[in-house]
Design a protein around this ligand. Structure first.
Ligand SMILES: Cc1cc2nc3c(=O)[nH]c(=O)nc-3n(C[C@H](O)[C@H](O)[C@H](O)COP(=O)(O)OP(=O)(O)OC[C@H]3O[C@@H](n4cnc5c(N)ncnc54)[C@H](O)[C@@H]3O)c2cc1C
Ligand SMILES: NC(=O)c1ccc[n+]([C@@H]2O[C@H](COP(=O)([O-])OP(=O)(O)OC[C@H]3O[C@@H](n4cnc5c(N)ncnc54)[C@H](O)[C@@H]3O)[C@@H](O)[C@H]2O)c1
Length: 452
């Protein structure tokens, strides 16, 4: 063990949460050590958001071309797409990122960090001991491996293998109908894979309004996905060159691969938390409003279990940096958008009716079928689609929730996100003058239908 090096801050884990915290602290002139055991950029940059959205885009664009009058169906070149995906994930090489952090004054350490003492905080990594006034834990999350009999004997992909795939499988059974399952089902079906999507819950995307799950299942089925809700995979076994999967209703399906999208678990193991008197729950490290775990110990991103999104990890990274820099700031998660990048996009923000009821808020809701009333769906595509739902607080007449299953909704949901975050009166949506012809015109229509 070499002598202990002293830092103002040690950041453990350099995904989006760790990167934002480290960059802001470096910019403020703090002595920062960053520790990463795999690649700077984290899950998001190499095996999650970036590759998945890169892979989805051509499938979406082709569907858009098919829907646009007179365009027809462009070809999709898998080798070209795969090459661009590899470029986007930097060929799993973070040399440039390491160099940039070093140029910006950081000490970059490779390896798994472990807390070995407190007052002051002490961290061990790759045979080195670091001492710091503050430690930031931003170690993210990993795919849950559900207890399916025989899973170890068959071809299984998590998000990692799925987003770095080199060949398109002929058949796939997806386990889980959350964001990972829905995006992968849409991508693979678009690439010609025969997809079975098994969801334990009674609908897809269970955190959203039930209506969203219905519309998404309808859409995926139209695209050829065999969506099975209320279903779990019971066991999997090798059969010939492939796999046979058995569902809990006794039915069986042959597949080339089982793909897991069954949720995430926080990466807290191996961090030595218990040794320094810090407890981690099943959902991760509990943080206060400033993202503090204990005095001088902070956490950001998926490891906090607050909301598993890159934009939330980045927001928490900002809060942590501000907290360490002595700037008083408290977390407010009102109006965080949630977008699933299928086609059309599935976007939501704020509360569902059930969540509002649980919070004691009396609500009114409205739903608008956009092609019935707007021009944009028709100028956009020959088989126009789109549904928008709004949820408002009856007493305060403010928007508390919104969702849309419609083209480009991942962009225009931000109008609702802003309205919810700022607590704008619904009347200001009703009174809004949106550009003609856009999907955004739907807000005034839906707001008008809210019966207070
Ligand atoms: C398939 C998929 C698609 C997704 N798409 C989106 C999307 O489109 N938009 C969105 O907002 N979110 C998306 N997400 C969620 C998003 O990836 C996460 O919310 C985000 O990566 C969280 O960032 P983070 O910084 O908390 O952790 P991570 O990105 O997981 O990074 C944590 C880092 O910590 C490192 N680490 C862990 N333990 C240690 C240790 N002991 N010592 C040193 N280093 C350590 C890891 O190697 C990793 O690099 C997606 C997730 C998946 C699975
Ligand atoms: N576009 C995006 O922003 C994006 C994309 C992908 C993932 N993510 C984030 O990553 C997180 C993880 O996504 P996820 O889809 O893995 O998890 P999730 O928790 O959103 O959904 C997992 C689903 O799998 C089901 N499930 C669990 N075990 C099962 C089993 N044995 N059989 C059948 N179904 C089972 C659960 O009922 C649940 O509905 C999400 O919370 C999301 O925040 C975001």
């Amino acid at each position: 063990m070499v002598n202990s090096a002293r830092f103002d801050v040690v950041v453990i884990g350099m995904g989006p949460g760790g990167e934002v915290a480290a960059s802001r602290l470096l910019a403020a002139g703090r002595r920062v050590a960053v520790v990463e055991r795999e690649l700077i950029g984290g899950e998001c940059g190499y095996w999650a958001c970036i590759p998945s959205k890169t892979l989805l885009r051509p499938v979406e664009a082709r569907s858009g071309a098919r829907g646009a009058a007179g365009l027809g169906s462009p070809g999709l070149d898998w080798a070209g797409l795969r090459g661009y995906r590899d470029q986007m994930i930097r060929h799993l090489d973070d040399t440039r990122q390491v160099d940039e952090y070093r140029e910006n004054g950081a000490t970059v350490l490779r390896g798994a960090a472990r807390l070995v003492g407190r007052d002051p905080w002490r961290v061990e990594v790759a045979g080195q001991r670091l001492t710091a006034e503050h430690v930031v834990i931003a170690t993210g999350s990993a795919a849950v491996r559900p207890p399916i009999e025989g899973l170890d004997e068959v071809e299984v992909w998590t998000n990692r293998e799925a987003t770095t795939l080199t060949e398109i499988p002929e058949r796939a059974v997806l386990v889980g109908g959350g964001a990972v399952g829905v995006e992968l089902a849409y991508f693979l079906a678009g690439m010609g894979t025969r997809v079975v999507l098994a969801q334990r819950g009674d609908r897809l995307l269970t955190r959203e309004e039930p209506r969203v799950g219905e519309l998404v299942a309808e859409r995926l089925r139209r695209d050829g996905v065999d969506v099975r809700t209320g279903t779990q995979v019971r066991r999997a076994a090798r059969a010939g060159g492939g796999t046979v999967v058995e569902f809990d209703d006794g039915t069986r399906e042959e597949t080339d691969v089982v793909i897991l999208g069954a949720g995430r678990r926080p990466r807290t193991d191996g961090l030595g938390l218990a040794d320094v008197g810090v407890e981690a729950g099943e959902r991760g490290l509990a943080v206060d409003e400033r993202c503090r775990v204990a005095d001088g110990l902070w956490a950001a991103g998926d490891v906090t279990g607050v909301a598993l999104f890159t934009h939330v990890a980045k927001y928490q990274g900002r809060l942590v940096a501000d907290g360490i820099l002595g700037r008083e700031r408290r977390a407010d998660y009102t109006g965080v958008p949630r977008v699933v990048f299928a086609e059309p996009e599935i976007a939501a923000v704020g509360l569902t009716a059930a969540q509002a009821a649980a919070a004691g808020i009396e609500t009114v809701a409205a739903e608008v079928d956009l092609p019935t009333s707007l021009a944009r769906p028709w100028t956009y595509e020959t088989e126009p689609r789109g549904t928008l739902g709004l949820l408002a607080d009856r007493d305060r007449r403010t928007l508390v929730g919104a969702w849309a299953v419609a083209p480009l909704s991942g962009e225009w949901i931000h109008t609702a996100a802003l309205a919810i975050r700022a607590g704008l009166p619904v009347d200001s949506l009703d009174d809004g003058i949106a550009q003609f012809p856009t999907y955004s015109e739907g807000y005034a229509l839906a707001a008008e239908r809210l019966e207070f």
